[in-house]
Design a protein around this ligand. Structure first.
Ligand SMILES: NC(=O)c1ccc[n+]([C@@H]2O[C@H](COP(=O)([O-])OP(=O)(O)OC[C@H]3O[C@@H](n4cnc5c(N)ncnc54)[C@H](O)[C@@H]3O)[C@@H](O)[C@H]2O)c1
Length: 435
């Protein structure tokens, strides 16, 4: 293994990133930029073809950055898992969604782990980056790798290091966000830390993969619970006739002991709505019900219905029914300035309104097309002409506050706006209903 350490130091280790999505591609590019030869492995041939054609499909990674590494011969991609027999390190970045019953679905991770196990060889380092419940590295990956007969911590190394990237965040990137890391043995931690130290400013070493797995779940459960509190404040403020936003902004003037979170139409993306359920599932296997976490998830999951009720109420005030009303959703990605619609509550709002008979269009410069696979009734294209087009609708629902949308224009034309987040703060028009 000293051989791998010296290859890391000399930047001549061959790195493989398994899963070239929102997490895997930035990681692959970072290793290539640090001077390593990197091969991305993905089952999706369109992503592999894009990388080999030196093109990016992830908004945070420019095509120029990909092209520079591909042209330098440091970055390529393949669909052939045989590559794992030749590389020095493998980083598993595959999806960890929920099943239909809202339990952890680690099937992608198991397949990737089996591929790694089939090709593990002396001198290899394997790191799991996918978010998962505590114990996965030790209970799911380690036994499969052990079938190789190689000795863990000596012949090969295994660690968990959660990805913390925040898509669309230009301030905190992979490079300047500390990387938490827990190896199966102290030597596993040492080798993995040496590798990650070449691409991030700080590596925070932990005593086990399970503890590192729980760090990621704590971070995202913290968000879910606090957003749940902000949403519950909104539900209570609605009954009290008090503006939640005014209250939260005032509380945030306290320079200590308070951190503002804001209400919204629910949780979106691959992480915040999903990860707390990995934690509650694990707790349930140990006969513990994580009540606080479950309640927050329940409140957050109820927010799209609440938004629809607000829309119905506002239309009612204008003597209109939801059925037959023309409604425009502005912004359908789960947060600003990204193209990711996974778990986006805006899509739930859209579908609930469609189910009630509303005629719903949407406008989102980042999401040109929606399909039934994303939850809407039929294929739909993003409409053009913001903000003027708002005047043609009975109601405008603001789902996500993209910075490249003319918000004052939208607000001026809208009959109703909900979830205006930061953009509409301080903007008051009689037409605006905030949640
Ligand atoms: N998106 C985020 O902001 C974010 C942030 C931190 C952590 N995470 C976690 O990182 C993991 C990956 O998330 P993502 O957003 O990058 O997912 P993604 O869907 O964007 O990418 C995953 C990729 O893995 C590929 N894949 C699936 N099975 C494979 C296999 N057996 N071999 C090779 N490739 C395979 C898919 O084709 C896809 O390209 C998840 O556990 C997620 O929770 C995501």
């Amino acid at each position: 293994m000293t051989d791998l350490l010296s290859r890391i130091e000399k930047r001549d280790a061959h790195v493989c990133v398994i899963g070239l999505g929102y997490v895997g591609l930035p990681l692959a590019v970072a290793f290539a930029e640090a001077g390593f030869r990197v091969t991305g492995l993905d089952v999706d041939s369109s992503k592999v073809d894009a990388i080999n054609a030196a093109s990016s499909y992830i908004p945070d990674i420019t095509t120029e950055r990909v092209r520079e590494q591909v042209d330098a011969g440091r970055l390529d991609a393949t669909t052939d898992a045989e590559i794992l027999a030749k590389v020095d390190t493998a980083h598993i970045c595959v999806p960890t969604p929920l099943s239909k019953t809202r339990d952890p679905d680690i099937s992608y991770l198991v397949v990737a782990g089996e591929q790694a196990a089939a090709h593990v060889h002396a001198g290899m380092l394997i790191v799991l980056e996918s978010t998962t419940y505590p114990g996965t590295t030790e209970e799911v990956l380690a036994p499969r790798l052990a079938e190789s007969g190689l000795e863990l911590g000596k012949d090969y190394h295994l660690a968990f290091s959660p990805e913390r990237i925040d898509p669309g965040n230009p301030t905190f990137t992979l490079e300047n966000t500390p990387k938490v890391l827990g190896g199966m043995t102290p030597e596993c931690t040492r080798v993995a830390a040496a590798l990650y130290g070449t691409i991030v400013s700080e590596v925070h070493e932990m005593t086990s993969p399970a503890a590192a797995e729980l760090v990621k779940l704590l971070e995202n459960t913290f968000r879910s619970v606090n957003i749940g509190l902000a949403n519950e404040m909104a539900l209570m403020c609605d009954r009290m006739g008090i503006d939640t936003w005014e209250v939260i902004h005032a509380a945030a003037t306290k320079p200590f002991g308070f951190m503002p979170f804001f209400p919204g139409p629910g949780l979106g993306g691959h992480c915040i709505p999903v990860d707390p359920l990995y934690l509650t599932w694990k707790a349930r296997t140990l006969n513990y019900r994580a009540r606080l976490v479950e309640t927050a998830a329940e409140i957050n999951a109820g927010m799209p219905e609440y938004v629809v009720e607000k829309v119905a109420g506002a239309l009612n005030d204008h003597e209109k029914s939801v059925r037959g009303s023309r409604i425009l959703m502005v912004g359908v990605a789960y947060k600003r300035d990204i193209d990711d619609t996974r778990e986006s509550p805006a899509l739930d709002v859209m579908r609930l309104l469609q189910d009630r008979g509303a005629l719903v269009d949407y406008a989102d410069p980042w999401v040109p097309r929606l399909t039934p696979a994303q939850g809407v009734l039929a294929d739909q294209d993003s409409i053009e002409g913001l903000p003027e087009v708002c005047a043609e609708y009975d109601c405008v629902v603001v789902g996500t506050d993209h910075t490249d949308i003319d918000w004052p224009g939208v607000l001026a034309a809208a009959v109703l706006v909900v979830d205006t987040r930061n953009v509409a703060n301080g903007l008051t028009t009689p037409n605006v209903v905030r949640i």
